[in-house]
Design a binder for this molecule. Structure first.
Ligand code: MSP
Length: 546
């Protein structure tokens, strides 16, 4: 049997083994962004793919919980706040408001927004630290590193220039030794290798899984430094067993995925922390007590932070007796015009600017259609415009507009008797969409959906309803064609809802259907009733002079 085009181009992604599971909410997360960073295309992409996966599960009738948020502690935040003469919390609050507005702009339907400065998060981090300390997993030892006195921060190997020196902008850089707290790592290496080998779904795509295994097999893991002296850095969560220190950021940041379920009252999630955790009660629980949240089903992250999620995070959890997440799903990085995006070269893509000009669904469509989850992507303005014009305006937009306009013109907007001429083709696309969505193959779903768009546009050209309308003897044939077209538009709205929720809702509104197209079951052919009167057609994606 020939392999469909999309499976040749995509690396096959394995479903998390618990899909779908009773008594468990589908729980998906994004990385939490550095609060002092500038929201850009990369952040937007990660949130959009996560949103589509979460919406797809909801559309299948599963209860899904989507968490995103902000990473707010650390030296850089403390320094930036200081330089603006602000308290770090006030500084973070201002930036957090911008990030939350960014999420709204992207059409993201998240269920919660975590900030690592929230008391609910801190309480769980401190409980985890206390448990690990009580079990003897943490110890204090001298930390040796290259310290920039000017920037008040340790530098890493990544900060070195190709010739091995540090940029003069760091000021004087000297080797410094200070006591810190460490987390014992090496004893965890054997089980983690075995676990990742036995669970191909844990890190996806496979190329990333191999990378993690290669890393784990090629060295002995160094113990992880999890503290900084409070005298030097106080913008962090205090180590509850040694108040001279604060928790160093990655331990704090990774814990957000687990702290929120615990804080929201997932009793099973909290059980491993019995005796260590005191709820802050800062938020009343909104969870259905019948449905557990933890473990996370999918952590969506970018390729630069795989090691933290696929090595340190599972070790932290296992050491604390907490069940591991089901999957770390790794996406690639976006470039602009073949170059790393950077403010200095000015080649950044500003998602908000694009959305203001072209609409949020045009932005979502381009990033989802252009880049499969895994490889790196390249944004070009010409590519964006060309997809907008060809696939949105001339493809989907034209199909819906001419189908509904003809129904309006020739039949006064009244849906004729059911006809099944396109039923088989539509039903095949519906089945493929479902299966690809279950494997998070989002780009392939759009390819398959657009095969139906193309087929329906071809059907208009082949059946030529504008000619049929001129011949009264062809009235029955015209009815058939108009039903098939209107019904394809309706089915497309349901399939598109996770990707382009606004567009899907517009199609339903133009069809004068009262429901929201957010239930996959509604993609069943033939649900559009004869005799129903549709609403006013209007262009979905106005053509632009480009
Ligand atoms: N705060 C840490 C993550 C902690 S998660 C427990 C962090 N923040 S970040 O703001 O730098 O990055 C957030 C996410 O955006 C990461 O998954 C990162 O890979 C992603 N991206 C940042 N730049 C990107 C591109 N140019 N392209 C695609 N995604 C990129 O790391």
């Amino acid at each position: 049997m020939p392999i469909p085009a999309y499976s040749r181009s995509c690396q096959c992604r394995v479903r998390p083994s618990n899909w779908p599971q009773m008594n468990k909410r589908f729980y998906i997360t994004t990385a939490i962004d550095y609060v002092n960073g500038q929201p850009h295309l990369g952040h937007a992409y990660e949130k959009v793919i996560t949103d589509v996966i979460a919406r797809a599960r909801r559309s299948f009738g599963q209860e899904a919980f989507f968490l995103t948020g902000l990473d707010e502690h650390g030296q850089k935040v403390q320094q930036a706040a200081q330089s603006e003469g602000k308290q770090p919390q006030a500084y973070c609050d201002e930036l957090a408001a911008q990030w939350q507005a960014f999420i709204v702009k992207l059409g993201i339907a998240n269920d919660d927004f975590v900030r690592t400065t929230q008391p609910r998060h801190k309480a769980v981090v401190q409980a985890m630290l206390n448990k690990l300390h009580a079990r003897g997993d943490l110890y204090k030892a001298p930390y040796r590193g290259w310290y920039s006195w000017k920037e008040e921060t340790f530098l890493t190997e990544k900060d070195r220039r190709p010739d091995g020196t540090f940029d003069p902008s760091w000021g004087e850089v000297k080797e410094l030794v200070e006591e810190n707290w460490y987390f014992r790592m090496a004893k965890h290496q054997p089980w983690l290798i075995e676990f990742i080998e036995a669970n191909p779904a844990f890190v996806q795509p496979d190329s990333r899984r191999n990378e993690v295994l290669g890393f784990l097999k090629s060295r002995t893991l160094e113990d992880l430094c999890i503290s900084r002296p409070a005298a030097r850095l106080n913008w962090g969560i205090p180590l509850p067993f040694d108040l001279d220190y604060v928790n160093y950021v990655w331990f704090d940041a990774l814990s957000n995925y687990y702290s929120v379920p615990v804080a929201l009252g997932d009793a099973e999630a909290a059980a491993p922390l019995n005796g260590f955790y005191k709820p802050t009660n800062s938020q009343p629980s909104t969870l259905n007590p019948q449905l557990r949240l933890w473990p996370a089903d999918i952590h969506v992250i970018g390729k630069d932070i795989v090691r933290f999620h696929a090595v340190y995070w599972p070790i932290m959890l296992k050491a604390a007796g907490i069940p591991l997440p089901k999957q770390v799903l790794v996406h690639g990085w976006w470039q602009k015009d073949g170059q790393k995006m950077s403010k200095t070269t000015g080649n950044v893509v500003d998602p908000i600017g694009v959305i203001n000009e072209w609409g949020v669904d045009a932005f979502r469509f381009y990033v989802l259609r252009e880049l499969d989850i895994g490889p790196d992507g390249n944004w070009t303005d010409a590519g964006f415009k060309s997809r907008y014009q060809a696939e949105l305006a001339n493809g989907l937009g034209n199909l819906v507009n001419r189908s509904l306009s003809m129904l309006k013109r020739y039949r006064n907007g009244v849906v004729p008797a059911r006809s099944d001429e396109l039923a088989l083709e539509a039903t095949k696309v519906v089945a493929e969409t479902r299966s690809l969505l279950e494997q998070n193959q989002l780009q392939a779903v759009l390819q398959t959906i657009w095969s139906l768009v193309a087929r329906a546009n071809q059907y208009v050209d082949q059946t030529a309803p504008f000619k049929l309308a001129k011949d009264p003897a062809q009235a029955k044939r015209l009815d058939e064609v108009l039903y098939n077209l209107a019904e394809v538009c309706r089915v497309l709205a349901v399939l598109l809802w996770p990707f382009l929720p606004g567009t899907a809702a517009k199609i339903y509104a133009q069809l004068a259907l009262k429901e929201t197209p957010d239930k996959f079951a509604a993609a069943t052919w033939g649900l559009l009733s004869a005799g129903h009167t549709i609403g006013e057609p209007a262009p979905l994606f106005p053509r632009k002079d480009v």
